[in-house]
Design a protein around this ligand. Structure first.
Ligand SMILES: [Zn+2]
Length: 338
């Protein structure tokens, strides 16, 4: 199917309807009092779509590192150069922007499922992927997998699994919002068919329907906290209580749609309130994501555990995050949670 025929208003991470709205709001405005001293790792957040205010809020809330998966931009790209520039920005300008707020930025690189359906362009993208996958700070192939579960999506999912295997990189799998159970099972079966070890695969966007099978088969199970939709953080707390913390990780998947980049600290606060043990909170909001993606050999915890040095007077190719006349904020203390 051609991207142009997709309905509009159908972003990658927010597919909720009015009926699906739940009481997924976090502990509004007060979460920080429960997360004092905690550090967080968000393994799925599209910072390119977010503002410097978001970076500042993430840093203030204790997010010390994050992973930005390559995905689609809300509308289809029309040429290879757009992909190239986007991938380059994930390892370039965006990483720099993140560093200016003391947050270590990693990324995964891949051809997303929606744009896999534009086969002529997909072929060209496949050719440049190895180059970008070799770059420093690229911690996996992602986010790849199924959207509409078309033949073309399967073809490029398989091709990218092979790339991941060759390059010994973890795989970050986007599971479809429609027909999720089937799409998730299919994604796992195909990964196993390609001989990928399940512990090298992070199955994303899980829910109550998919989690058991994902964990039973040895995969990592990531959960995206969607505001007002299927996976609110109250349900997340129940899942951690039921399944324990092993191989489970929480992410925000914040992008250009309705989303909350502070989903992880807010969920941690809710877990704390609901008496989830501190160690379990640490595992699902920090350590498991670190362990999963550190299998790339590209993550050194010592690089960020005590915060990055922030110097907003630094430049990237002559550009800064400052505008004329702004005073730089050179302050490592901004990492302390208030
Ligand atoms: Zn995403």
């Amino acid at each position: 199917m051609c991207q142009e025929h997709k309905p509009i208003g159908n972003p990658s991470h927010f597919e909720g309807t009015e009926q699906e709205k739940t009481t997924a709001h976090a502990v509004d405005g007060t979460f920080a009092q429960y997360t004092q001293g905690m550090k967080f790792f968000d393994p799925h957040v599209h910072m390119t779509s977010r503002t410097t205010d978001d970076y500042q809020a993430l840093a203030d809330a204790g997010v010390v590192a994050l992973i930005e998966p390559a995905f689609w931009l809300g509308q289809p790209r029309t040429g290879l150069a757009s992909f190239k520039d986007y991938f380059a920005s994930l390892v370039g300008w965006e990483r720099f922007r993140s560093s200016q707020f003391g947050i270590k930025h990693y990324c995964t690189i891949g051809l997303n499922s929606r744009e896999a359906n534009h086969e002529a362009l997909a072929e060209q993208v496949m050719e440049i992927l190895p180059l970008f996958l070799q770059k420093e700070g690229v911690v996996g192939v992602g986010e790849i997998g199924f959207d509409d579960q078309t033949a073309a999506e399967e073809k490029y999912y398989r091709a990218q699994l092979e790339l991941a295997k060759e390059m010994n990189l973890p795989v970050q799998v986007h599971t479809p919002h429609r027909d999720k159970k089937k799409g998730t099972e299919r994604s796992m079966a195909i990964a196993l068919e390609h001989g990928i070890a399940p512990n090298m695969v992070i199955i994303d966007h899980n829910n109550e329907e998919t989690v058991k099978s994902v964990l039973d088969q040895g995969f990592y199970a990531a959960f995206t906290i969607y505001p007002f939709t299927k996976m609110g953080n109250e349900r997340m707390v129940e899942i951690v209580k039921q399944y324990g913390p092993e191989r489970i990780m929480v992410n925000s998947a914040a992008d250009w749609g309705i989303s909350d980049p502070l989903a992880i600290p807010k969920t941690a606060a809710l877990m704390k309130i609901k008496e989830v043990p501190d160690e379990h909170i640490r595992l699902v909001t920090y350590q498991n994501a670190l362990d999963a993606f550190a299998q790339s050999g590209q993550i050194q915890e010592s690089d960020f555990i005590n915060g990055l040095e922030i110097d907003q007077t630094q430049k990237f190719n002559g550009n800064t995050v400052l505008r004329g006349g702004q005073a730089p904020r050179v302050n490592k203390d901004s990492l302390i949670i208030r």
